[in-house]
Design a protein around this ligand. Structure first.
Ligand code: SAH
Ligand code: SF4
Length: 399
């Protein structure tokens, strides 16, 4: 699916690769094609691609030297042509509730003259699951008025490899690969063999403004011969990029979450300005026809609770009315403040009264407990220092 969206991404064409190519983020077919380029026959390329896939995604290998079922000479050739990337960890913080946040720095080995970028990834352990909240962009071009990420100008889209590398590095740090060691600080879920059982594309950025890379990364994350995360345990959250909602269902097949936050166009235009381009009617129609949607595979509607803005009984009733013929779950999110934010979180009894109306209409409407606020890891608090380079500086880096 490629649609010409009029997005003001500052996406300079990337220069031709100069260094070894990172295998993380390439499809198995792409890996085989690259092996063909370094002289392997078609049959060998396919076989070696499967072996590499297993080493990279099942075993978490980062060094070709570990790959004992590949002859030494070939391992040396592979090490010359390719890398298996992991981001640099700038910081790793653990909240007093066990939430863990990493600041990752990515340098693209194939483009060593490009400046590095930094993104945040958050791990939220609960008793029965562990959720990794993954970023899709550095910053965000959209400017939802209650979101900290929206105040950071987009630097660039993350590549499929960089999206996946967040999952790979988190698994490594949490001891999720064979032979790995669980951290002793922070929590991991009980009775689960994996620390990371779920992925949500709810970190920095709008995933549907980076559709192709997100698609590639999620198809690799859910590949049964690799990381093997079930598509039902992967949720993509969008602010409402309507033309990419259908393809998300038909081409990726993951669970969908919609950042709704308002039930009237005039208010949603202010809170989630992309609403001016794709208003509520179009957004809800795309949800109604989302491929695979059913009572067993409901769409999650996220609703941030903003005091005196969107939290009245009338708003709750309208919410129920709007979602009437869509298999839906409603997730009420207490607003998480950030330095300079102009909103206040609704009072607790208001949130309860709102949740009551929604519950009585037959929706389970869990109020999302804010996690990791003390380390600025909660929804909408993520932001990295990476700023968009001026064109002049960017050009200088390209030389
Ligand atoms: N860009 C995507 C995904 C990332 S945001 C999207 O907007 O859906 C993940 C969720 O956190 C979204 O529902 C977003 O609206 C919400 N959010 C943003 N800022 C918040 C804040 N300050 N407090 C609570 N939730 C917030
Ligand atoms: Fe971007 Fe989502 Fe934040 Fe809106 S809520 S600014 S789309 S990250």
């Amino acid at each position: 699916m490629s649609l010409a969206l009029n997005i003001d991404h500052d996406m300079a064409p990337r220069p031709k690769p100069q260094g070894p190519l990172d295998l993380v983020g390439l499809s198995k077919k792409d890996i085989a094609a690259r092996l063909g380029e370094i002289g392997l026959s078609e049959r060998d390329s396919r076989m070696r691609a499967s072996q590499l896939w297993n080493w990279i995604y099942v075993n978490g290998a980062t060094d070709f030297g570990q790959m004992t079922n590949i002859a030494k000479g070939l391992r040396a050739d592979l090490a010359e042509a390719f890398t298996i990337g992991r981001p640099e960890i700038v910081s790793e913080q653990v909240s007093n509730d066990g939430t863990r946040k990493w600041l990752f720095r990515f340098r693209d080995p194939a483009h060593p003259h490009m400046p590095p970028v930094e993104v945040e990834t958050v791990y939220i352990p609960e008793s029965d699951r562990g959720t990794l909240c993954v970023s899709s962009q550095v910053g965000c071009t959209l400017t939802c008025s209650f979101c900290h990420t929206g105040t950071q100008k987009l630097v660039r889209n993350l590549t499929a490899g960089e999206i996946l590398a967040q999952v790979m590095m988190a698994r490594e740090r949490l001891g999720d690969f064979p032979g790995g060691v669980r951290p002793t600080d922070g929590l991991v879920p009980h009775g689960e063999s994996r620390a990371i059982t779920n992925i949500v594309m709810m970190g920095m950025g709008e995933p549907l403004y980076n559709y192709e890379n997100v698609k590639k990364a999620l198809l690799i994350a859910s590949d049964g011969e690799g990381l093997s995360l079930s598509k039902r345990r992967i949720t993509l959250s969008t602010s409402g990029v309507v033309p990419f909602i259908e393809p998300t269902g038909s081409e990726i097949g993951v669970m969908l979450a919609i950042s709704l936050h308002a039930v009237r166009n005039d208010l949603r235009d202010v809170l989630v300005p992309i609403n001016k381009k794709w208003p509520l009617e179009e957004l809800l129609e795309a949800c109604r026809t989302y491929p695979g949607v059913s009572n067993a595979k409901r769409i999650t509607f996220e609703y941030v609770m903003l005091k005196d803005i969107n939290d009245s009984d009338a708003d709750a009733r309208e919410l129920v009315r709007l979602l009437a013929n869509i298999p839906a779950k409603i997730n009420l999110i207490p607003f998480n403040p950030w330095p300079g934010s102009n909103y206040v979180c609704s009072d607790w009894d208001r949130i309860e009264a709102f949740a009551d109306i929604v519950n009585r209409a037959g929706y389970a409407s869990p109020v999302r407990t804010p996690r990791g606020r003390d380390i600025f890891a909660a929804c909408g608090q993520l932001k990295s220092e990476t700023e968009r380079l001026k064109k002049k500086d960017r050009d200088a880096f390209m030389l």
